[in-house]
Design a protein around this ligand. Structure first.
Ligand SMILES: [Zn+2]
Length: 134
């Protein structure tokens, strides 16, 4: 895999996190492909790797179950459990990954195999690998 050569100058910007591909159970972390020109994995293929920009939401978002807003909580988003004061979210039962839009579980079991951080940024750049087919 080619090196990303991340620097403070090209570190992903919070306001550039304008959509999400996957979301992680219990942590509520949002995943966005680092390279949006690459397709999102749709099948579980062992060894398959994908690099993501990962946004860790605020403690408030996690506590009140903000599960459908890609970045900050949007009080007008009626699909968000936080907006409608839902007691439970689909994210609460498992640490598995879900499709952000459909809320369907991502095929396969994925494992974080690399992480890069920068200062106080809430974004990390993470490499994930499919390690099991179900
Ligand atoms: Zn929300």
């Amino acid at each position: 895999m080619e090196a990303l050569n991340l620097t403070p100058q090209n570190w992903p910007r919070y306001h550039g996190f304008v959509s999400a591909d996957w979301i992680e159970g219990t942590s509520y972390r949002r995943f966005r492909r680092y390279d949006m020109t690459l397709p999102l994995p749709t099948q579980a293929i062992i060894g398959q790797v994908c690099i993501f920009i990962v946004l860790t939401p605020s403690d408030n978002q996690i506590f009140f179950k903000c599960d459908n807003c890609f970045r900050q909580h949007q009080p007008t988003n009626l699909n968000c459990s936080m907006t409608v004061h839902r007691a439970h979210s689909f994210l609460d039962k498992t640490t598995r990954l879900f499709d952000f839009k459909t809320q369907q579980r991502i095929p396969g079991r994925w494992k974080q195999v690399g992480i890069e951080t920068y200062g106080q940024s809430r974004l990390t750049v993470e490499t994930w690998k499919c390690v099991h087919i179900n």
